[in-house]
Write a protein that binds this ligand. Structure first.
Ligand code: SAH
Length: 400
């Protein structure tokens, strides 16, 4: 059995059950890609069993802090079973959900989403990659499903020295699927969609948006970075619930294929296509143009892509976030609402709050922070792994 010995004092985070062991913490030892190694403190004390990642700055990820635990297929199956069982105790109003959320579920480097009868997995670290086949078998067995698609094409694979891998791991058939979220019908393609096909983490925010649009009777809605229009459908559902007939949602995204789905989703859910505009354009430029044209909106969503993948990008990203938030706040009608998000792990919640506050000051707009939101509960945060908190949202209502 291989061992890695940590430098003096570098055991602290593992004693707090944080699962990452950085390259700089290791005094000596190693293993093959994904191999289970024994992690010891400088004095030889057992700390964890971990999967070794020779190419990554995160050189090992802990599987277990229990010295008596054997890391084998049965252990992984048990972890999967617990993650899946936990979802049954969470409020999830969809047949599409995240079953396994990596470190938060004690399965570092593994993401598994379920879209109806189809599973999609992302193997994002050397450890989960090494155990891919037993994990795939256990997933099918535990869910009773027979289709598992692999989407190991995220940029983290590069950091782990792993090549991209996509395609059916088990079963096969069409990759285009339809899911039902809050009763809304949405389509996606697990082979070509973003992430594993859809942004499941914003599920509860879309519900909140629909309810807010309904409560306020919003008529002019702007959905920036719309992707396939989840928030667009939410807004139209909110308008319908409120009996608003002349409402209009403008969706902006730089992806043509995503916008094609927006229009398809409007029709699929029985909304009048005349109530939905799609703009294949850059959001920042569009917000500036709307400002110049004097357009105003009652409700705006700003859900940009990850501007800061790590803390090292935070400063530039902060400027970009501030810019779009300033522009959006300027387009908001008094009494209107802005739903603004950051999914950058490198931007902490308090920093995001400050960025939005700064944007308000620059725009000359004050607002009530009505709510702070995070990812849906099937993308859990845990006490030992604060890095799990990546998605932050603020609901700001402009003062009248
Ligand atoms: N709100 C969406 C998810 C948004 S993901 C949902 O609920 O499903 C971010 C989106 O931003 C992607 O669809 C991407 O195509 C788009 N995007 C990235 N950069 C952009 C830019 N500069 N202008 C417009 N859209 C952009």
């Amino acid at each position: 059995m291989k061992t890695i010995r940590l430098r003096e004092g570098k055991e602290k985070s593992l004693l707090r059950r944080h699962p990452w062991i950085f390259e700089s913490a290791i005094a000596r030892g190693g293993g093959d890609a994904g191999e289970t190694v024994r992690v010891e403190a400088a004095d030889g004390r057992f700390l964890a069993w971990a999967a070794f990642s020779p190419a990554s700055r995160i050189r090992a990820r802990a599987w277990s802090f229990d010295e008596g635990q054997r890391i084998d297929a049965a252990f992984l199956r048990e972890r999967l079973a617990r993650a899946i069982a936990a979802r049954e105790r969470l409020p999830i109003a969809s047949d599409a959900l995240r079953l396994v959320h990596g470190e938060a579920d004690g399965l570092p480097g593994l993401v598994v989403d379920r879209y109806g009868d189809t599973l999609v997995a992302q193997f994002g670290a050397a450890g989960s990659e090494r155990w891919k086949q037993p994990l795939a078998d256990a997933l099918l067995d535990l869910t009773g499903l027979d289709r598992l698609y692999e989407r190991s094409d995220a940029s983290v694979r590069g950091l782990e020295g792993l090549p991209e891998a996509t395609g059916w791991l088990r079963g096969g058939g069409p990759t285009g699927l339809t899911i039902t979220e809050h009763g809304w019908r949405l389509t996606l393609d697990v082979a070509t969609g973003h992430k594993t096909g859809y942004y499941l983490d914003q599920r509860d925010s879309r519900r909140l948006f629909a309810d807010t649009v309904a409560r306020l009777g919003s008529r002019r809605v702007l959905n920036c970075y719309s992707y396939t229009g989840g928030f667009t459908v939410a807004a139209l559902a909110g308008m319908r619930a409120a009996g608003v007939r002349d409402g209009r949602v403008t969706s902006v995204d730089s992806s043509g294929p995503a916008l094609a789905r927006v229009q398809a989703h409007v029709a699929l859910n029985g909304f009048d296509p005349a109530g939905s505009d799609c703009l294949d354009a850059d959001v920042n430029a569009t917000l500036r143009r709307f400002a110049a044209e004097g357009r105003r909106f009652d409700a705006i969503v700003l859900d940009p892509p990850k501007f800061a993948p790590t803390a090292a990008h935070a400063e530039r990203a902060a400027r970009a976030y501030k810019d779009i938030n300033r522009l959006a706040l300027g387009l908001l009608e008094p009494g209107g609402v802005l739903f603004t998000y950051s999914c950058s792990g490198g931007i902490a919640p308090d920093l995001f709050h400050k960025i939005v506050a700064g944007a308000g000051i620059d725009a000359g707009v004050d607002g009530y922070i009505v709510q702070r939101t995070g990812a849906a509960p099937d993308h859990p945060m845990t006490i030992c792994f604060p890095e799990g908190e990546y998605l932050k949202g603020l609901v700001v209502m402009r003062k009248t």
